[in-house]
Design a protein around this ligand. Structure first.
Ligand SMILES: [Ca+2]
Ligand SMILES: [Ca+2]
Length: 242
């Protein structure tokens, strides 16, 4: 009787050993997932640093990040009335470039309106255009296009009937979306962001400074889906080669 019982016990032991081998080999599987990390690290280290110029015209204000670092911002404060001006920012970086920008249409407060309390009380509108030139080749390597992706983080007013309110700061509704963590980073996933919309010069009405720059034919005036209600937008674009 005892010999009969021993056989199944040995079989169980053998099976357990096999399972153990399979299990211990599993932790080795994550090894391939470490492969993308060096690729990302390499991308910012490979190649000699290049000097670029970024030319930007924004209604009304912008800041510019490259590969996760702030490289410049609009020198005219957004609180300046009619803060229309073009900027040229010089920076050094290595390809590929992850371009990230904040653009802001002026709003007097969370109502989204401007000239509050005057006969010009209104929704202001936005729009911007940018191009980046590789100074080692003189070529424009990036321009604003509908290939840029944006995330609207401030919308107001959500109720247009507050436009004529005597107290828009109370009556106008707004929506704020928190800025995602590390959204300027090359590794940030912006696949859920929405594609930029191209607008005509007639729609945006570009003003002072716009005509002082020779824009590439590829550079488009862009914004998100609503020039007036979308007040603050985060943008991302990638430049893979010089
Ligand atoms: Ca504006
Ligand atoms: Ca606005």
């Amino acid at each position: 009787m005892k010999r009969v019982l021993l056989v199944p016990l040995l079989l169980v032991a053998a099976c357990s050993a096999d399972a153990a081998v399979t299990t211990t080999s599993a932790p080795a599987a994550p090894a391939p997932t470490t492969a993308p990390a060096p690729a990302t690290t390499d991308s910012s280290a490979v190649g000699a640093p290049v000097t670029f110029t970024a030319q930007v015209w924004a209604d009304n204000w912008f800041s510019l990040y490259v590969n996760g670092e702030l490289v410049g911002e609009d020198s005219v404060p957004i609180t300046t009335e009619r803060s229309f001006n073009a900027e040229t920012i010089t920076f050094t970086a290595t390809y590929p470039l992850t371009i990230a920008m904040v653009t802001k249409d002026f709003k007097q407060d969370e109502s989204g309106l401007e000239y509050i309390g005057t006969d010009r009380q209104q929704m202001g509108d936005g729009g911007f255009i940018a191009q980046i030139t590789d100074t080692s080749t003189g070529k424009v390597v990036a321009t604003t296009t509908t290939g840029w992706r944006g995330l609207v983080v401030h919308r107001a007013p959500l109720n247009a009937d507050c436009l004529s309110s005597a107290d828009p700061s109370t009556d106008c509704q707004h929506e704020i979306t928190p800025e995602p963590t590390d959204w300027t980073s090359p590794t940030f996933d912006d696949s859920a962001w929405t594609a930029a919309i191209q607008y005509t010069a007639a729609e945006v009405g570009p003003k002072d400074g716009y005509d002082t720059i020779t824009w590439s034919p590829a550079a488009e005036l862009i914004w998100s889906g609503d020039l007036k209600i979308d007040n603050t937008i985060l943008w991302r674009a990638t430049v893979t080669a010089g």
